[in-house]
Design a protein around this ligand. Sequence first.
Ligand SMILES: Cc1cc2nc3c(=O)[nH]c(=O)nc-3n(C[C@H](O)[C@H](O)[C@H](O)COP(=O)(O)OP(=O)(O)OC[C@H]3O[C@@H](n4cnc5c(N)ncnc54)[C@H](O)[C@@H]3O)c2cc1C
Length: 457
Amino acid sequence: MTARLFVDGGIQTSRDNDFVVFQAHCVGGGTVINNGIALRVDQPGLIHPDAPDVLEKWASIGAAVDKVRFGAAYDAVEAELEIERIDPKSGLNNGAHLLAGWHVYTNETNKLVNDASPALWFRKNYGPRRIGADCAYCGYCNTGCPYGRKNGMAQSYLIKARAEKARILADARVLNILWHEELVDGKCVAAGVDVEFSDGQRRTILTTQGVVVAAGTMASSRLLSASGIDGAGEGISLNIASPVSALMPENRPVRAWDEDQMATYVDRGDFLMESHFQPPMSMASLLSGWFSDHASKMQNYSRLVSAGILFPADRRGRLIGGKLHFKLDNEVDLPLIRRAIATLARVHLAGGAVEVYPALARGGTIYPDTDIEAFLEDGIREADDLVLSSSHPHGGNAMNADPECGIVDLDCRVHGTTNVLVTDASVFPSCIRVNAQLTTMAMAHYATAGRQVFPVG
Ligand SMILES: Cc1cc2nc3c(=O)[nH]c(=O)nc-3n(C[C@H](O)[C@H](O)[C@H](O)COP(=O)(O)OP(=O)(O)OC[C@H]3O[C@@H](n4cnc5c(N)ncnc54)[C@H](O)[C@@H]3O)c2cc1C
Protein backbone atom coordinates (compact mmCIF):
# COMPACT_ATOMS: atom_id res chain seq x y z
CA MET A 1 0.00 0.00 0.00
CA THR A 2 2.93 2.34 0.60
CA ALA A 3 3.98 1.86 -3.01
CA ARG A 4 0.46 2.63 -4.21
CA LEU A 5 -0.58 5.45 -1.89
CA PHE A 6 2.56 7.56 -1.58
CA VAL A 7 4.21 9.81 -4.16
CA ASP A 8 7.25 7.92 -5.53
CA GLY A 9 6.29 4.93 -3.40
CA GLY A 10 7.23 6.78 -0.20
CA ILE A 11 10.77 7.69 -1.22
CA GLN A 12 10.27 11.13 -2.71
CA THR A 13 13.32 13.11 -1.65
CA SER A 14 14.70 16.61 -1.91
CA ARG A 15 17.18 17.18 -4.77
CA ASP A 16 20.23 16.25 -2.72
CA ASN A 17 18.43 13.43 -0.87
CA ASP A 18 18.77 15.20 2.51
CA PHE A 19 15.03 14.89 3.18
CA VAL A 20 12.41 12.30 2.46
CA VAL A 21 9.17 14.13 1.71
CA PHE A 22 6.05 12.05 2.26
CA GLN A 23 2.98 12.96 0.25
CA ALA A 24 -0.10 11.06 -0.81
CA HIS A 25 -0.89 9.95 -4.33
CA CYS A 26 -4.52 8.96 -4.09
CA VAL A 27 -8.08 10.24 -3.92
CA GLY A 28 -8.45 11.89 -0.53
CA GLY A 29 -4.82 13.03 -0.44
CA GLY A 30 -2.88 13.06 2.81
CA THR A 31 -5.97 12.27 4.87
CA VAL A 32 -5.89 8.68 3.59
CA ILE A 33 -2.37 7.99 4.85
CA ASN A 34 -2.04 10.40 7.72
CA ASN A 35 -2.54 9.98 11.45
CA GLY A 36 -5.57 12.20 11.79
CA ILE A 37 -3.86 14.50 14.30
CA ALA A 38 -5.70 17.80 14.52
CA LEU A 39 -3.77 20.73 15.96
CA ARG A 40 -4.57 24.39 15.40
CA VAL A 41 -1.73 26.89 15.11
CA ASP A 42 -3.10 28.92 17.99
CA GLN A 43 -5.03 26.91 20.58
CA PRO A 44 -4.46 27.96 24.20
CA GLY A 45 -3.66 24.98 26.39
CA LEU A 46 -2.82 22.76 23.43
CA ILE A 47 0.04 24.83 22.00
CA HIS A 48 3.05 26.19 23.89
CA PRO A 49 2.23 29.71 25.13
CA ASP A 50 5.62 31.07 23.96
CA ALA A 51 5.52 29.48 20.51
CA PRO A 52 5.70 32.00 17.66
CA ASP A 53 2.26 33.35 16.75
CA VAL A 54 1.73 32.05 13.22
CA LEU A 55 -1.20 34.30 12.27
CA GLU A 56 0.62 37.39 13.58
CA LYS A 57 3.61 36.41 11.48
CA TRP A 58 1.40 36.10 8.41
CA ALA A 59 -0.09 39.54 9.07
CA SER A 60 3.41 41.03 9.43
CA ILE A 61 4.46 39.79 6.00
CA GLY A 62 1.37 40.97 4.13
CA ALA A 63 -0.95 38.00 4.54
CA ALA A 64 -3.40 38.95 7.25
CA VAL A 65 -6.22 36.49 7.74
CA ASP A 66 -9.32 37.52 9.62
CA LYS A 67 -8.78 35.71 12.93
CA VAL A 68 -12.45 35.44 13.78
CA ARG A 69 -13.36 33.98 10.40
CA PHE A 70 -10.36 31.67 10.51
CA GLY A 71 -11.39 30.47 13.98
CA ALA A 72 -14.89 29.78 12.63
CA ALA A 73 -13.32 27.84 9.74
CA TYR A 74 -11.39 25.70 12.24
CA ASP A 75 -14.64 25.14 14.17
CA ALA A 76 -16.52 24.09 11.04
CA VAL A 77 -13.84 21.61 9.94
CA GLU A 78 -13.50 20.19 13.44
CA ALA A 79 -17.27 19.64 13.57
CA GLU A 80 -17.31 17.99 10.14
CA LEU A 81 -14.41 15.66 11.01
CA GLU A 82 -15.63 15.06 14.57
CA ILE A 83 -12.32 16.01 16.14
CA GLU A 84 -11.95 14.76 19.70
CA ARG A 85 -9.18 13.80 22.07
CA ILE A 86 -8.32 10.16 21.39
CA ASP A 87 -9.08 7.52 23.96
CA PRO A 88 -5.84 6.95 25.95
CA LYS A 89 -6.63 3.26 25.77
CA SER A 90 -5.49 3.34 22.14
CA GLY A 91 -1.94 4.38 23.04
CA LEU A 92 -1.11 2.89 26.41
CA ASN A 93 2.30 1.56 25.43
CA ASN A 94 4.30 3.99 23.34
CA GLY A 95 2.00 7.00 23.79
CA ALA A 96 2.02 6.73 27.56
CA HIS A 97 5.81 6.24 27.62
CA LEU A 98 6.42 9.72 26.14
CA LEU A 99 4.17 11.41 28.71
CA ALA A 100 5.55 9.41 31.63
CA GLY A 101 9.14 10.12 30.59
CA TRP A 102 8.36 13.80 30.11
CA HIS A 103 6.88 14.12 33.61
CA VAL A 104 9.93 12.52 35.24
CA TYR A 105 12.26 14.64 33.08
CA THR A 106 10.34 17.81 33.97
CA ASN A 107 10.64 17.15 37.68
CA GLU A 108 14.37 16.53 37.34
CA THR A 109 15.14 19.61 35.24
CA ASN A 110 13.85 23.12 34.70
CA LYS A 111 10.38 22.56 36.06
CA LEU A 112 9.17 26.12 35.55
CA VAL A 113 10.09 26.24 31.87
CA ASN A 114 8.98 22.73 31.08
CA ASP A 115 5.71 22.93 32.98
CA ALA A 116 4.45 25.43 30.40
CA SER A 117 4.79 22.80 27.69
CA PRO A 118 1.52 21.02 26.90
CA ALA A 119 2.07 17.25 27.20
CA LEU A 120 -1.14 15.67 25.97
CA TRP A 121 -3.03 12.99 24.11
CA PHE A 122 -3.64 14.05 20.54
CA ARG A 123 -6.94 15.32 19.26
CA LYS A 124 -7.81 13.40 16.11
CA ASN A 125 -10.48 12.85 13.48
CA TYR A 126 -11.63 9.49 14.82
CA GLY A 127 -14.95 10.91 15.95
CA PRO A 128 -16.71 10.29 19.24
CA ARG A 129 -16.33 6.81 20.69
CA ARG A 130 -18.84 4.48 19.15
CA ILE A 131 -19.34 0.87 20.07
CA GLY A 132 -17.94 -1.24 17.26
CA ALA A 133 -16.48 1.76 15.42
CA ASP A 134 -13.62 2.83 17.69
CA CYS A 135 -10.05 3.08 16.52
CA ALA A 136 -8.91 -0.54 16.42
CA TYR A 137 -5.33 0.62 17.25
CA CYS A 138 -3.85 -1.73 14.68
CA GLY A 139 -0.95 0.62 13.94
CA TYR A 140 -1.51 0.89 10.19
CA CYS A 141 -2.73 4.51 9.84
CA ASN A 142 -0.02 5.40 7.31
CA THR A 143 -1.08 2.81 4.77
CA GLY A 144 -4.76 3.72 4.85
CA CYS A 145 -6.83 2.74 7.88
CA PRO A 146 -7.91 -0.84 7.12
CA TYR A 147 -11.03 -0.32 9.22
CA GLY A 148 -12.12 3.03 7.76
CA ARG A 149 -12.17 4.58 11.24
CA LYS A 150 -10.54 7.92 10.38
CA ASN A 151 -12.73 10.72 9.13
CA GLY A 152 -10.54 11.38 6.13
CA MET A 153 -11.77 13.05 2.95
CA ALA A 154 -13.25 9.80 1.68
CA GLN A 155 -15.35 9.47 4.83
CA SER A 156 -16.46 13.12 4.98
CA TYR A 157 -16.22 15.89 2.38
CA LEU A 158 -16.01 13.60 -0.66
CA ILE A 159 -19.27 11.94 0.28
CA LYS A 160 -20.89 15.38 0.41
CA ALA A 161 -19.33 16.32 -2.91
CA ARG A 162 -20.69 13.16 -4.51
CA ALA A 163 -24.13 14.03 -3.19
CA GLU A 164 -23.73 17.34 -5.05
CA LYS A 165 -23.04 15.34 -8.24
CA ALA A 166 -19.25 15.82 -8.22
CA ARG A 167 -17.47 13.37 -10.53
CA ILE A 168 -14.23 11.93 -9.23
CA LEU A 169 -11.70 11.04 -11.91
CA ALA A 170 -9.42 8.95 -9.75
CA ASP A 171 -6.77 8.15 -12.34
CA ALA A 172 -6.58 11.57 -13.97
CA ARG A 173 -3.60 13.86 -13.60
CA VAL A 174 -4.06 17.53 -14.36
CA LEU A 175 -1.24 18.80 -16.55
CA ASN A 176 -1.98 22.50 -16.90
CA ILE A 177 -4.65 25.17 -16.88
CA LEU A 178 -5.93 26.53 -20.19
CA TRP A 179 -6.73 30.21 -20.53
CA HIS A 180 -9.23 32.20 -22.56
CA GLU A 181 -7.46 34.44 -25.03
CA GLU A 182 -9.27 37.56 -23.89
CA LEU A 183 -8.56 39.16 -20.54
CA VAL A 184 -11.34 40.44 -18.29
CA ASP A 185 -10.42 43.65 -16.46
CA GLY A 186 -6.80 42.90 -17.35
CA LYS A 187 -6.98 39.46 -15.71
CA CYS A 188 -6.60 35.95 -17.11
CA VAL A 189 -9.66 33.72 -17.16
CA ALA A 190 -9.24 29.94 -16.91
CA ALA A 191 -11.07 28.05 -19.65
CA GLY A 192 -10.30 24.49 -18.55
CA VAL A 193 -7.60 21.99 -17.69
CA ASP A 194 -5.69 19.41 -19.69
CA VAL A 195 -5.70 16.01 -18.02
CA GLU A 196 -3.87 12.77 -18.64
CA PHE A 197 -5.36 9.40 -17.69
CA SER A 198 -3.38 6.42 -16.48
CA ASP A 199 -3.67 4.76 -19.91
CA GLY A 200 -1.89 7.78 -21.45
CA GLN A 201 -5.00 9.31 -23.04
CA ARG A 202 -5.33 13.07 -22.79
CA ARG A 203 -8.51 15.10 -22.54
CA THR A 204 -9.50 18.70 -21.94
CA ILE A 205 -12.08 19.48 -19.27
CA LEU A 206 -13.73 22.86 -19.72
CA THR A 207 -14.67 25.02 -16.79
CA THR A 208 -18.20 25.99 -16.01
CA GLN A 209 -17.04 28.53 -13.42
CA GLY A 210 -13.40 28.17 -12.53
CA VAL A 211 -10.52 26.00 -11.36
CA VAL A 212 -9.64 25.09 -7.78
CA VAL A 213 -6.08 23.82 -7.48
CA ALA A 214 -5.41 21.57 -4.47
CA ALA A 215 -2.70 19.17 -5.58
CA GLY A 216 -0.45 19.72 -2.56
CA THR A 217 2.62 21.89 -2.14
CA MET A 218 4.84 20.43 -4.80
CA ALA A 219 2.30 19.38 -7.44
CA SER A 220 0.30 22.62 -7.22
CA SER A 221 3.47 24.63 -7.70
CA ARG A 222 4.41 22.53 -10.73
CA LEU A 223 0.91 22.82 -12.14
CA LEU A 224 0.83 26.59 -11.78
CA SER A 225 4.30 26.90 -13.31
CA ALA A 226 3.23 24.71 -16.23
CA SER A 227 0.26 27.07 -16.63
CA GLY A 228 2.43 30.14 -16.96
CA ILE A 229 2.18 31.48 -13.39
CA ASP A 230 5.55 33.02 -12.57
CA GLY A 231 7.10 32.55 -9.14
CA ALA A 232 5.21 29.39 -8.12
CA GLY A 233 7.19 26.99 -5.95
CA GLU A 234 9.24 29.62 -4.07
CA GLY A 235 9.47 29.83 -0.27
CA ILE A 236 8.57 26.25 0.64
CA SER A 237 8.56 25.40 4.36
CA LEU A 238 8.88 22.01 6.01
CA ASN A 239 8.06 20.75 9.45
CA ILE A 240 11.01 18.39 9.74
CA ALA A 241 10.93 15.16 11.72
CA SER A 242 13.70 12.92 12.95
CA PRO A 243 12.99 9.70 14.85
CA VAL A 244 14.56 8.83 18.19
CA SER A 245 13.91 5.25 19.27
CA ALA A 246 14.89 3.59 22.53
CA LEU A 247 15.20 0.19 24.14
CA MET A 248 13.27 -0.66 27.30
CA PRO A 249 14.65 -3.14 29.86
CA GLU A 250 14.28 -6.86 29.21
CA ASN A 251 11.69 -7.25 31.94
CA ARG A 252 9.57 -4.42 30.49
CA PRO A 253 8.55 -5.27 26.91
CA VAL A 254 6.26 -2.52 25.67
CA ARG A 255 4.62 -3.92 22.53
CA ALA A 256 4.61 -0.38 21.16
CA TRP A 257 3.41 -1.68 17.79
CA ASP A 258 0.11 -2.80 19.28
CA GLU A 259 -1.57 0.60 19.33
CA ASP A 260 -2.42 3.83 17.53
CA GLN A 261 0.75 4.86 15.68
CA MET A 262 0.80 8.39 17.10
CA ALA A 263 -0.92 9.05 20.41
CA THR A 264 0.78 11.78 22.45
CA TYR A 265 2.91 14.91 22.09
CA VAL A 266 4.84 17.52 24.00
CA ASP A 267 5.04 21.05 22.61
CA ARG A 268 8.31 22.56 23.77
CA GLY A 269 7.68 25.83 21.91
CA ASP A 270 10.59 25.78 19.49
CA PHE A 271 10.05 22.10 18.66
CA LEU A 272 7.57 19.32 19.34
CA MET A 273 8.06 15.72 20.37
CA GLU A 274 5.45 13.32 19.01
CA SER A 275 5.16 9.64 19.91
CA HIS A 276 5.09 7.36 16.92
CA PHE A 277 5.75 3.76 16.12
CA GLN A 278 5.75 1.87 12.85
CA PRO A 279 5.09 -1.65 11.55
CA PRO A 280 8.30 -3.71 11.16
CA MET A 281 9.37 -2.76 7.61
CA SER A 282 9.02 0.99 8.07
CA MET A 283 10.37 0.82 11.63
CA ALA A 284 13.47 -0.81 10.18
CA SER A 285 13.98 2.21 7.95
CA LEU A 286 13.89 4.54 10.97
CA LEU A 287 16.28 2.63 13.21
CA SER A 288 19.93 3.59 13.13
CA GLY A 289 22.84 1.20 12.76
CA TRP A 290 24.08 -1.13 10.08
CA PHE A 291 24.08 -4.89 9.54
CA SER A 292 24.30 -6.93 12.79
CA ASP A 293 23.84 -3.80 14.94
CA HIS A 294 20.63 -2.95 13.07
CA ALA A 295 19.48 -6.56 13.08
CA SER A 296 19.89 -6.88 16.84
CA LYS A 297 17.82 -3.73 17.35
CA MET A 298 15.05 -5.14 15.18
CA GLN A 299 15.17 -8.42 17.10
CA ASN A 300 14.19 -6.37 20.14
CA TYR A 301 11.18 -4.90 18.30
CA SER A 302 8.82 -5.63 21.21
CA ARG A 303 11.10 -3.76 23.62
CA LEU A 304 11.39 -0.62 21.49
CA VAL A 305 9.67 2.68 22.12
CA SER A 306 9.82 5.59 19.72
CA ALA A 307 9.04 9.25 19.22
CA GLY A 308 10.17 11.95 16.87
CA ILE A 309 11.25 15.53 17.08
CA LEU A 310 9.37 17.95 14.84
CA PHE A 311 10.82 21.38 14.14
CA PRO A 312 9.95 24.22 11.75
CA ALA A 313 12.20 25.15 8.82
CA ASP A 314 10.70 28.34 7.49
CA ARG A 315 10.74 29.06 3.74
CA ARG A 316 14.13 27.50 3.05
CA GLY A 317 13.02 25.61 -0.07
CA ARG A 318 12.07 26.13 -3.69
CA LEU A 319 11.40 23.98 -6.70
CA ILE A 320 14.19 23.71 -9.23
CA GLY A 321 13.19 21.79 -12.35
CA GLY A 322 10.15 20.56 -10.44
CA LYS A 323 12.22 19.04 -7.60
CA LEU A 324 12.52 20.37 -4.10
CA HIS A 325 15.72 22.22 -3.33
CA PHE A 326 15.89 22.54 0.45
CA LYS A 327 18.89 23.44 2.59
CA LEU A 328 19.05 23.63 6.36
CA ASP A 329 20.62 26.71 7.91
CA ASN A 330 23.56 25.14 9.73
CA GLU A 331 23.81 28.00 12.23
CA VAL A 332 20.11 27.94 13.16
CA ASP A 333 18.79 24.47 12.45
CA LEU A 334 21.61 22.18 13.58
CA PRO A 335 21.80 23.54 17.15
CA LEU A 336 18.01 23.22 17.38
CA ILE A 337 18.10 19.63 16.09
CA ARG A 338 20.80 18.70 18.62
CA ARG A 339 18.90 20.32 21.47
CA ALA A 340 15.62 18.65 20.50
CA ILE A 341 17.20 15.20 20.14
CA ALA A 342 19.06 15.63 23.44
CA THR A 343 15.78 16.48 25.16
CA LEU A 344 13.97 13.51 23.67
CA ALA A 345 16.86 11.19 24.54
CA ARG A 346 16.64 12.35 28.16
CA VAL A 347 12.87 11.87 28.14
CA HIS A 348 13.34 8.28 26.94
CA LEU A 349 15.92 7.64 29.67
CA ALA A 350 13.68 9.26 32.29
CA GLY A 351 10.92 6.91 31.12
CA GLY A 352 13.11 3.91 31.89
CA ALA A 353 14.88 3.27 28.58
CA VAL A 354 18.31 1.66 28.80
CA GLU A 355 19.55 2.63 25.33
CA VAL A 356 18.56 5.46 22.97
CA TYR A 357 18.99 5.42 19.20
CA PRO A 358 18.89 8.79 17.45
CA ALA A 359 18.64 8.22 13.71
CA LEU A 360 22.26 9.08 12.92
CA ALA A 361 23.58 7.82 9.61
CA ARG A 362 26.60 6.30 11.29
CA GLY A 363 24.57 4.66 14.05
CA GLY A 364 25.58 4.93 17.68
CA THR A 365 23.84 4.49 20.99
CA ILE A 366 23.18 6.85 23.89
CA TYR A 367 23.41 5.14 27.31
CA PRO A 368 22.35 6.63 30.66
CA ASP A 369 25.94 7.77 31.32
CA THR A 370 26.67 9.14 27.82
CA ASP A 371 27.65 12.79 27.47
CA ILE A 372 24.68 13.45 25.18
CA GLU A 373 25.68 16.95 24.05
CA ALA A 374 29.18 15.79 23.04
CA PHE A 375 27.73 12.71 21.29
CA LEU A 376 25.36 14.83 19.20
CA GLU A 377 27.88 17.62 18.55
CA ASP A 378 30.20 15.04 17.13
CA GLY A 379 27.53 13.07 15.26
CA ILE A 380 25.49 15.86 13.66
CA ARG A 381 27.52 18.23 11.50
CA GLU A 382 25.26 18.48 8.47
CA ALA A 383 21.82 17.37 7.30
CA ASP A 384 23.32 14.24 5.73
CA ASP A 385 24.29 12.97 9.16
CA LEU A 386 20.82 11.94 10.19
CA VAL A 387 17.48 10.70 8.92
CA LEU A 388 15.27 13.70 8.23
CA SER A 389 11.83 13.67 6.72
CA SER A 390 8.81 15.86 6.29
CA SER A 391 5.18 14.87 5.99
CA HIS A 392 4.14 18.53 6.10
CA PRO A 393 5.57 20.42 3.11
CA HIS A 394 3.81 23.75 2.79
CA GLY A 395 4.11 27.12 1.09
CA GLY A 396 5.33 27.69 -2.44
CA ASN A 397 2.23 29.57 -3.60
CA ALA A 398 2.10 31.95 -0.69
CA MET A 399 -0.86 34.10 0.12
CA ASN A 400 -0.04 37.81 0.06
CA ALA A 401 -1.93 41.00 -0.61
CA ASP A 402 0.94 42.15 -2.83
CA PRO A 403 1.24 40.28 -6.16
CA GLU A 404 4.99 40.89 -6.02
CA CYS A 405 5.25 38.93 -2.76
CA GLY A 406 2.83 36.05 -3.24
CA ILE A 407 1.01 33.88 -5.75
CA VAL A 408 -2.50 34.07 -4.32
CA ASP A 409 -4.39 37.01 -2.86
CA LEU A 410 -6.00 37.11 0.58
CA ASP A 411 -8.96 35.07 -0.78
CA CYS A 412 -6.65 32.33 -2.15
CA ARG A 413 -7.27 33.51 -5.74
CA VAL A 414 -4.23 33.44 -8.01
CA HIS A 415 -3.16 37.06 -8.55
CA GLY A 416 -3.96 38.28 -12.04
CA THR A 417 -6.71 35.73 -12.62
CA THR A 418 -10.46 35.93 -12.15
CA ASN A 419 -11.31 32.29 -11.52
CA VAL A 420 -8.38 30.21 -10.28
CA LEU A 421 -8.16 29.39 -6.57
CA VAL A 422 -5.49 27.47 -4.66
CA THR A 423 -6.79 25.80 -1.51
CA ASP A 424 -4.06 23.51 -0.22
CA ALA A 425 -1.06 23.77 2.08
CA SER A 426 0.93 25.56 -0.62
CA VAL A 427 -0.76 28.88 0.21
CA PHE A 428 0.68 29.13 3.74
CA PRO A 429 2.81 32.28 3.82
CA SER A 430 5.27 30.92 6.41
CA CYS A 431 6.00 27.78 8.38
CA ILE A 432 3.11 26.74 10.61
CA ARG A 433 5.18 24.53 12.95
CA VAL A 434 2.40 22.05 13.79
CA ASN A 435 0.86 19.16 11.84
CA ALA A 436 -0.71 20.67 8.76
CA GLN A 437 -3.99 18.95 7.89
CA LEU A 438 -6.42 20.91 10.05
CA THR A 439 -4.99 24.29 9.04
CA THR A 440 -5.00 23.26 5.36
CA MET A 441 -8.65 22.35 5.54
CA ALA A 442 -9.51 25.42 7.59
CA MET A 443 -7.82 27.58 4.95
CA ALA A 444 -9.88 25.95 2.19
CA HIS A 445 -13.03 26.51 4.23
CA TYR A 446 -12.00 30.11 4.98
CA ALA A 447 -11.53 30.84 1.29
CA THR A 448 -14.70 29.27 0.01
CA ALA A 449 -17.49 28.55 2.49
CA GLY A 450 -20.57 30.71 2.11
CA ARG A 451 -18.82 32.99 -0.38
CA GLN A 452 -19.26 33.89 -4.01
CA VAL A 453 -15.99 32.28 -5.05
CA PHE A 454 -16.16 32.72 -8.81
CA PRO A 455 -17.39 35.77 -10.72
CA VAL A 456 -21.10 35.60 -11.54
CA GLY A 457 -21.65 34.91 -15.25
C1 LIG B 1 2.35 9.91 6.38
C2 LIG B 1 1.72 11.22 6.70
C3 LIG B 1 1.17 11.44 7.97
C4 LIG B 1 0.62 12.67 8.27
N1 LIG B 1 -0.01 12.83 9.48
C5 LIG B 1 -0.66 13.99 9.73
C6 LIG B 1 -1.45 14.13 10.90
O1 LIG B 1 -1.63 13.18 11.66
N2 LIG B 1 -2.01 15.35 11.13
C7 LIG B 1 -1.85 16.40 10.27
O2 LIG B 1 -2.33 17.48 10.58
N3 LIG B 1 -1.16 16.28 9.15
C8 LIG B 1 -0.59 15.09 8.84
N4 LIG B 1 0.05 14.93 7.66
C9 LIG B 1 0.09 16.07 6.74
C10 LIG B 1 -1.23 16.31 6.01
O3 LIG B 1 -1.79 15.10 5.55
C11 LIG B 1 -0.97 17.26 4.85
O4 LIG B 1 -0.41 18.44 5.40
C12 LIG B 1 -2.21 17.63 4.10
O5 LIG B 1 -2.82 16.46 3.58
C13 LIG B 1 -1.87 18.57 2.97
O6 LIG B 1 -3.01 18.77 2.20
P1 LIG B 1 -2.90 19.28 0.72
O7 LIG B 1 -4.29 19.51 0.25
O8 LIG B 1 -1.93 20.40 0.65
O9 LIG B 1 -2.23 18.11 -0.14
P2 LIG B 1 -2.55 16.55 -0.24
O10 LIG B 1 -3.30 16.05 0.94
O11 LIG B 1 -1.22 15.93 -0.55
O12 LIG B 1 -3.50 16.43 -1.49
C14 LIG B 1 -3.07 16.61 -2.81
C15 LIG B 1 -3.93 15.75 -3.72
O13 LIG B 1 -3.72 16.16 -5.06
C16 LIG B 1 -3.51 15.00 -5.87
N5 LIG B 1 -2.71 15.44 -7.02
C17 LIG B 1 -1.39 15.76 -7.04
N6 LIG B 1 -1.03 16.13 -8.26
C18 LIG B 1 -2.14 16.11 -9.03
C19 LIG B 1 -2.39 16.41 -10.41
N7 LIG B 1 -1.44 16.87 -11.22
N8 LIG B 1 -3.66 16.23 -10.88
C20 LIG B 1 -4.66 15.78 -10.04
N9 LIG B 1 -4.46 15.49 -8.73
C21 LIG B 1 -3.21 15.65 -8.25
C22 LIG B 1 -2.83 14.00 -4.94
O14 LIG B 1 -3.00 12.69 -5.43
C23 LIG B 1 -3.60 14.26 -3.65
O15 LIG B 1 -4.80 13.54 -3.63
C24 LIG B 1 0.62 13.71 7.32
C25 LIG B 1 1.14 13.49 6.04
C26 LIG B 1 1.68 12.26 5.74
C27 LIG B 1 2.23 12.06 4.35
